[in-house]
Design a protein around this ligand. Structure first.
Ligand code: PLP
Length: 410
């Protein structure tokens, strides 16, 4: 049968999905799969969490879209108030959009207007989205950029520490030296509006930034009046065992980007910033038809309510530990695994060889009925991003499928 769907989408699996519940999806053939891709770290509360489904259904009965420039609806302020409570100190004002790329674009627009400076620094391995500016800021793989030139100018790439370097202190010093060199050679501090960093590199390989590296960036930002933007599109909303990954580092970003897990799968994104910076964003210079969509707000509020249950984040930490311990145990018997790293349920398994990563993914899918995705510039990372409601037994099933795949591909 001829497909009328664009072929531009790459496919991780050939599955046709009919329904989902928690960590599981059921195909149109009635087969069940453990979904450890979770919509690319989106289905934070699992597929079809009853509270999220009820909130969406109830809101759809009231109204679906109440355009934010035309009038305000009654979920906007409650969501912004809640986010002000939950985000790091000083983040007090919120702008809403529909996707991660839109929100990193918004962050850059705000940073440029607020500082009146033209340049942005990103870090190698970064992924900030697929619109033109976000693509220019993305350096995880050439495939995202190829054939789209010219990309917007004014983006400068500084090194991100290599997690496999034997001497991590020296590696952090090397990366910070690269940043200093960039500030001397290509974008002077007074021309640099912001640095944007994923505290845990996502698409680039699930690499938590070393604390000394983040501290070094923030110090340079404060010294030079450069804004620090945390792109928490993937690492936010509980994924790392704290609501936001920056909490592990004790730092306060000037702008924080949120999307993916925020609304359990409904397209929704938020930018948080300080009142002082928001005051410098000139009225009407940014916006969008759907930002703050009523169903999205309802889904986000329901998601937050679930995440505020005391056991929720504890589960992320416990299951993350269980997963990392299990993977490290497997690593002891397989020298093809060069590193197991991560925070919470944002866990990467690094292998020496990308062909083996692909073979493991295939085996996990076909024999283990488990969906896994890869990451990393060289495709050598298997990334574990199950729904945050995953239970102990499901992690065991996942580890079992992975162990079988390791043996079959050794
Ligand atoms: C850190 C980060 N920023 C931005 C994006 C872009 O988000 P979206 O695909 O919703 O545009 C992604 C998507 O993977 C991401 O991981």
């Amino acid at each position: 049968m001829t497909s009328h769907l664009s072929d531009v989408w790459f496919s991780v699996t050939p599955l046709q999905v009919a329904s989902g519940k928690g960590c599981w999806v059921t195909t149109t053939d009635g087969e069940e799969y453990l979904d450890f891709a979770a919509g690319i770290a989106v289905n934070s509360t699992g597929h079809a969490h009853p509270k999220v489904v009820a909130a969406i259904a109830a809101q759809a009965e009231r109204f679906i879209h109440a355009q934010v420039n035309v009038y305000k609806h009654d979920l906007l302020e409650p969501l912004a108030t809640k986010l002000a409570e939950l985000t790091p100190d000083g983040i007090d004002k919120f702008f809403f959009a529909n996707s991660g790329a839109e929100i990193t674009e918004a962050a850059v627009k705000l940073a440029k207007q607020a500082t009146k400076r033209p340049h942005i620094i990103v870090f190698s391995g970064s992924f900030h989205g697929r619109t033109h500016m976000a693509m220019a800021m993305t350096t995880s793989k050439t495939g995202y950029r190829a054939g789209h030139a010219p990309l917007p100018a004014g983006i400068y790439v500084a090194p991100f520490p290599d997690p496999l370097a034997a001497d991590q202190d020296a590696e952090v010093a090397r990366a910070l030296h690269g940043l200093d060199h960039l500030l001397k050679s290509m974008t002077a501090p007074e021309e640099t509006a912001a640095m944007i960093l994923e505290p845990v590199l996502g698409e680039g390989g699930y690499i938590p930034a070393p604390p000394a590296f983040i501290a070094g960036l923030v110090e340079r930002c404060r010294t030079h009046g450069i804004l620090f933007i945390a792109d928490e599109v993937q690492s936010g909303f509980g994924r790392t065992g704290e609501l936001f990954a920056v909490e592990h580092y004790g730092i306060q970003p000037d702008i924080i980007c949120m999307a993916k897990g925020i609304a359990s799968g409904f397209p929704f994104a938020a930018l948080g910033t300080t009142a002082a910076l928001d005051a410098k964003w000139s009225k009407g210079s940014h916006g969008g038809t759907y930002g703050g969509n009523a169903i999205g707000c309802a889904a986000a509020l329901a998601t937050i309510e679930i995440m505020e249950e005391p056991a929720f984040l504890q589960n992320v930490r416990d299951r993350g530990r269980q997963l990392m311990d299990g993977l490290r145990e497997l690593q002891r018997h397989d020298d093809g695994i060069t590193q197991v790293r991560g925070l919470g349920l944002m866990v990467g398994t690094e292998l020496a060889d990308s062909a083996r990563v692909a073979a493991i993914q295939k085996h996990c899918l076909e024999e283990g009925r488990m969906i896994l995705m890869n990451a990393g510039t060289y495709g050598t990372t298997l990334r574990w991003m199950p729904p945050l409601v995953v239970n102990e037994h499901e992690i065991e099933i996942g580890l079992g499928a992975f162990e079988a795949a390791l043996k079959a591909t050794a």
